[in-house]
Design a binder for this molecule. Structure first.
Ligand SMILES: *Cc1c(COP(=O)(O)O)cnc(C)c1O
Length: 423
């Protein structure tokens, strides 16, 4: 097989142990190749709502195939299957399921896995949509929920009861970048027959693979890093086929199906995921280090900083720390607002994980959505900015952020610091 290559290369190839896993940059380029083979080097867009079968047997077979690709697009489309093949390889799971958004991935899985009378455990620090599912949607459907402090594995154990069916994790969490001990919670859940499901949006499978620690289902807002270009809303769930088959039975009923063009764009975005993540990781680290020494900054929340209270745990379960950081301005709400207004390269927009830097002021964004008591209960300081670095040059982002921080020093020093509207 290797006759055509030089002896030294033959030796190098043969000496490599066979267990060597294909690298992630290779997987994102090739792992979908056999899913729907065609001679086209760039995969075609299967812009078709339905697919014809040759005979009755074939029709019956494709209709029943979980997460199939040749029956009806709500049941699965070749472009979904291509995305799923890559995500499953990256996450190290048996399979994956593509949905219309991250929230569709979450709600579909939750509706598939729990029923009235069951109990679900989630984290206090978690994405806003996930918090609403735990606090509003599930209780309305007769499912009890308990929110715990993710930094304390004992809190998960204490929250378990005999009706607990599901534990929802998020690490690092939004927007305080707190870390959950994935292995500890997975072990606890396994021992009690409880399913675990982790939101891996912030880390991506390049930085962290929850399945390696025993987490059952991994989900993403593929709107963020996986797609990476802020031009698609999509979601994905990765896990064992026995669980994904159950979720798929519900997915065809909720019908939150990703359009073929969006699946194709997501596929194209994922080709560069490892490349983008190495730049995102470097930019996140550079910004966190530069801002953490600044007078106007009370604290930088970033798992890659030794000052992060869970830095050691983060180092154990992550190979990079991403590009989202919580920058807590010493001057509170007004300083955060002014800092955000002074940033030139980071625009004021929800979302993260795209090539461009974005920033939000959670306390300001939530003012219309949550009561003051809910904001206070979230533990998110009113002077916090969530900065999500893109793939711009680190020097430009650092220079821009330091200039913005310089501009709000007086907020800290002012004896008449503006009254914080939210506390
Ligand atoms: C954006 C986001 C979601 C929701 O995903 P959508 O694609 O917007 O539905 C869930 N979790 C995290 C951590 C997110 O950042």
């Amino acid at each position: 097989m290797l006759d055509h290559v030089s002896p030294s290369i033959q030796e190098a190839v043969v000496v490599m142990p066979e267990v060597t896993r294909t690298g992630r940059s290779t997987l994102v380029v090739h792992a979908d190749r056999e899913v729907h083979p065609s001679g086209a080097v760039a995969p075609p867009i299967y812009q078709s709502a339905t697919f014809a079968a040759d005979d009755a047997d074939e029709f019956a077979r494709v209709a029943l195939e979980p997460r199939g690709k040749d029956f009806y697009t709500r049941y699965g489309n070749p472009n979904h299957a291509q995305v799923a093949a890559i995500v499953a390889e990256l996450e190290g799971t048996e399979a994956a399921l593509v949905t219309a958004s991250g929230m569709a991935a979450l709600t579909t899985a939750v509706l598939a896995l729990v029923s009235a009378g069951d109990h679900v455990i989630g984290q206090k620090s978690t994405y806003g949509g996930t918090a609403s599912v735990l606090l509003n949607l599930l209780p309305r459907l007769g499912v009890a929920t308990t929110l715990v402090d993710q930094g304390d594995p004992g809190a998960f154990a204490a929250a378990l009861n005999r009706n607990t069916r599901l534990i929802l994790l998020e690490s690092p969490s939004n927007p305080l970048l707190q870390i959950t001990d994935l292995r500890a919670v997975a072990d606890l859940a396994r021992a009690h027959g409880v399913v675990t499901m982790a939101d891996n949006t912030f880390a991506t499978p390049i930085n962290q693979r929850p399945a390696e620690y025993g987490i059952d289902l991994v989900w993403h807002s593929a709107t963020k890093y996986l797609n990476g270009h802020s031009d698609v809303s999509a979601g994905v769930l990765a896990g064992p086929t026995r669980l994904l088959d159950r979720v798929w039975d519900t997915a065809i009923l909720t019908g939150a199906v990703l359009g073929p063009v969006d699946a194709w764009l997501l596929l194209r975005g994922m080709r560069t995921l490892p490349l983008r993540m190495s730049r995102h990781n470097a930019n996140g680290q550079a910004l966190a280090e530069a801002l953490s020494g600044h007078r106007a900054v009370a604290r930088v929340h970033y798992p890659g900083l030794p000052s992060h209270p869970q830095h050691d745990l983060a180092k154990c379960q992550m190979s990079g720390f991403g590009a989202v950081l919580g920058v807590e301005l010493a001057g509170g709400y007004a300083a955060a607002d002014a800092f955000l207004g002074r940033l030139r390269h980071s625009r004021r927009a929800a979302s993260l994980g795209g090539v461009e830097s974005l920033a939000v002021h959670p306390a300001a964004m939530w003012r219309g959505m949550l009561s003051d008591t809910q904001i206070a209960a979230s533990g998110v300081p009113s002077g916090l900015i969530r900065l999500a670095a893109g793939i711009e040059d680190a020097a430009d982002l650092v220079h821009d952020a330091l200039a913005a921080a310089d501009s709000v020093i007086e907020y800290e020093d002012s004896p008449t610091r503006p009254k914080e509207p939210v506390s």
